[in-house]
Design a protein around this ligand. Structure first.
Ligand code: DC
Length: 221
């Protein structure tokens, strides 16, 4: 079973995907974390975020892995836990530029398909239903208002002790949405056969329940 969850930034994709993966015993793959890892690799090597050749070369000589630790999924680059480093404002502001580079996307899509090949998976991102897993049995497109997404991210940051102005978060979300949906290659787009779910007025539990019901219906068919 392949479940694709796409949608704009902070629509709740990873939160619900993690819970569903845990409940159903699926592997969860956070593809946004992979593009963030690429951006971090460029940053740490002082490579321009637009320098496609140099970034690809660095990625070709790096490893990006997910590891399950204490019930949490951690992201490792070259054996180092970068789970926190990939979520700083510097990386968040520049990940759209790096993820728009053709060869970087090709490389990540290849890795993502490899990871998805052997297990039941739930994968979240922007182009999973359209490009990475076009034959996924279940495709969900999660949307929510910018205000509600910014508020969720604000509360999430507060919990982690990170301070960022609500207005700045709103601005970042709008800019990223625009860039992610207007890039040339695999832009953020609902697949024709995806089910759209607006989470603005839904709790996490409600979204989890709705998606689980869709998956279970498919399993019966
Ligand atoms: O889901 P996220 O916010 O962590 O993703 C970070 C960025 O990575 C997002 O702004 C666009 C890019 N991305 C992408 O281009 N394709 C994906 N499948 C997942 C993320």
């Amino acid at each position: 079973m392949q479940v694709a969850i796409d949608g704009p930034a902070s629509a709740g994709k990873s939160t619900v995907a993690k819970i569903i993966a845990h409940n159903l015993g699926y592997i969860y793959i956070d593809t946004g974390a992979m593009y963030r890892a690429c951006t971090l690799i460029a940053h740490d090597n002082n490579v321009d975020y637009g320098d496609e050749k140099a970034i690809l070369n660095l990625i070709d000589h790096s490893t990006i892995d997910f590891k399950q630790e204490d019930g949490e999924q951690k992201v490792y680059v070259n054996g180092k836990d970068v789970s926190i480093d990939i979520r700083t404002p510097e990386i968040t502001e520049n990940v759209s530029q790096v993820s728009a580079l053709r060869s970087i996307r090709e490389k990540m899509v290849e890795l993502q398909r490899e990871m998805a090949g052997k297990h039941d998976v739930i994968m979240d991102g922007r182009d999973i239903g359209t490009t990475v897993l076009p034959d996924a049995e279940v495709k969900i497109f999660l949307i929510a208002s910018v205000a509600s997404r910014a508020k969720r991210r604000f509360l999430d940051f507060q919990e982690k002790g990170i301070h960022q102005d609500l207005k700045d978060i709103e601005h970042d979300i709008e800019v990223r949405d625009y860039k992610d949906s207007h890039r040339e290659i695999s832009p953020l787009k609902k697949a024709d056969d995806a089910i759209e779910l607006d989470t603005t007025n839904l709790t996490i539990d409600e979204v989890v329940a709705k998606i689980t019901e869709i998956i279970q219906k498919k399993q019966k068919n």
